[in-house]
Design a protein around this ligand. Structure first.
Ligand code: FAD
Length: 115
């Protein structure tokens, strides 16, 4: 039988998690209800508590404390996650992403993305 794939390391887990987080933020409501905001606040708190890379989670908690999540709309939340991701990019010596294009990257794309 084929050997089982290895569990993800923090790099692989990170790329998959950012895909999920940016996509989730892109599809968060344009006009969130108070319950939507509360649920997202809980989600972000749980992410900082349970994200299974302890030093990543610790940095994320520090970031969230210094930069309270902007829960006002899908665009606002997408920008917030973009800044959070850029903080990690900077720490790792990776280029910053242009957050004015975050929905283009994670939601609207270009024509050929949907063909
Ligand atoms: P990733 O950084 O995973 O990016 C994936 C794709 O997202 C890119 O190809 C690009 O198209 C897009 N993208 C890039 N930047 C942005 C942005 N700012 N906004 C929107 N889209 C963007 N690793 C560590 O070594 N130390 C840490 O402390 C650490 N903390 C992390 C905290 C969290 C919450 C998460 C989810 C991950 C963390 N990681 C950390 C992992 C790290 O961020 C990367 O995911 C990992 O290094 C793999 O990088 P990558 O080059 O595959 O691309």
């Amino acid at each position: 039988a084929e050997p089982m794939p290895c569990p993800p390391d923090s790099t692989e887990l990170g790329a998959s998690t950012w895909t999920f987080l940016h996509t989730m933020a892109a599809y968060y409501p344009e006009k969130p209800t108070p319950e939507d905001r509360q649920a997202m606040t809980s989600f972000i708190g749980a992410l900082g508590r349970f994200y299974p890379c302890w030093y990543c989670a610790s940095h994320f908690r520090d970031f969230t404390k210094a930069n309270p999540p902007d829960l006002g709309s899908n665009l606002a939340l997408s920008r917030w996650f973009c800044v959070a991701h850029n903080e990690v990019n900077e720490r790792l010596g990776k280029p910053a992403f242009d957050c004015s294009r975050v929905l283009e990257r994670w939601r609207t794309g270009r024509k050929e993305c949907f063909e």
